[in-house]
Design a protein around this ligand. Structure first.
Ligand SMILES: C[S@@+](CC[C@H](N)C(=O)[O-])C[C@H]1O[C@@H](n2cnc3c(N)ncnc32)[C@H](O)[C@@H]1O
Length: 316
């Protein structure tokens, strides 16, 4: 699908291409290609780099070694962006002998096109992975538009193509304070419906509001351990699933201070009942709920507790 065709597929409620934010290329510490969104004022990846983040926050906790070679893996990815997570999962899946039945949701087709036009990005991946990325826009599996509007198409009115079928759901939206639309209770609830009983939802976010929703939806939640080279950090993300999550060196149960944080006002969810609220409306709604809530205020911890710095260096 070409850009104009993508844009034509987007609904009137999606921002028109001339209102898409300016995107600036940048390199992470690992030398991998990334982007910075001027409109959102946030990078697509942490300073460590897109490639490192994809491996650490998505491929490793996906624990592909759980699956027998030859198995087809159903994957839904929210906020595809440059396609770095997609490529990393495709490459890791191929190395493990797994075939990926991949579906993606993304508002803006430009990040993937910019990545595919970058020689350094292309050099990161085997030719077969690049061919798969190039074919995504015409595959009908990359759903362009506001993910809130496109996700129901994956669930379907009765039994959508992915309802209860996903082994992995990857959530890599901008941070909750920048893009609360994709972290609301309503959106998370729909994402969780995609999961198989033993499926996993993976995200870089450790936000209490996100974890609390997942717990309330009946999922077991584990923290992703930060890399050893980042000793001041307490968590690098979240993995959640219905079935007890098998022990894995990259995962740990939530600490008592994290559970306490979920029960505080920081754990109050982002709410978007209509699925059409703006970021400002969702943030204001939550601020008012927090003011009224009898829940204790979030306690700040020393040594980078739950209010530690997020992907773009801001609190979340
Ligand atoms: C943090 S970036 C994603 C990074 C990506 N996973 C990568 O590896 O490049 C967030 C992405 O969310 C997309 N996005 C923002 N709002 C969205 C919405 N309402 N629906 C779908 N995608 C959205 C942006 O266009 C951007 O590509």
């Amino acid at each position: 699908m070409t850009w104009p065709a993508c844009a034509a597929e987007a609904a009137a409620t999606d921002p028109p291409p001339d209102r898409w934010p300016e995107l600036l290329p940048r390199l992470g510490r690992d030398g991998s290609f990334s982007l910075y969104s001027r409109g959102v004022e946030e990078g697509f990846h942490s300073a460590s780099g897109a490639l490192q983040e994809a491996r650490e926050k998505f491929v490793t906790p996906a624990a592909l070694e759980r699956f027998a070679p030859g198995r087809e893996l159903v994957v839904a990815e929210v906020a595809v962006g440059t396609g770095t997570n997609t490529a990393a999962m495709l490459a890791a899946g191929a190395a493990a002998g797994l075939d990926l039945d991949w579906w993606g949701l993304e508002l803006d087709p430009r990040p993937l096109a910019l990545a595919l036009a970058d020689a350094r990005f292309r050099a990161q991946w085997p030719a077969a992975v690049i061919r798969r990325l190039e074919a995504l826009t015409s595959s009908g599996r990359l759903l362009i538009g506001d993910a809130r509007r496109r996700l129901p198409q994956l669930l379907g009115p009765l039994k959508g193509p992915l309802k209860g079928r996903c082994d992995l759901v990857l959530l890599d939206a901008f941070s909750p304070l920048r893009c609360p639309q994709l972290w609301s209770r309503e959106f998370l609830e729909r994402l969780v419906r995609l999961l198989r009983p033993d499926g996993r939802l993976l995200t870089y976010s450790s936000a209490a509001a996100v974890r609390r929703c997942l717990v309330d939806l009946g999922l077991e939640v584990r923290a992703l351990r930060p890399p050893e080279c980042e000793p001041g950090r307490w968590s690098a993300g979240t993995v959640a699933g219905f079935a007890p999550l098998a022990a894995h060196p990259a995962l740990r149960p939530l600490e008592p201070f994290e559970r306490e944080h979920l029960a505080s006002r920081a754990g109050l969810p982002y709410r978007d009942p209509s699925g059409t609220s703006t970021a400002a409306e969702i943030l204001e709604r939550r601020r008012r709920e927090q003011e009224r809530s009898p829940a204790p205020a979030a306690r700040r911890r020393q040594h980078g507790g739950p209010s530690g710095l997020g992907r773009a260096g801001e609190h979340r």
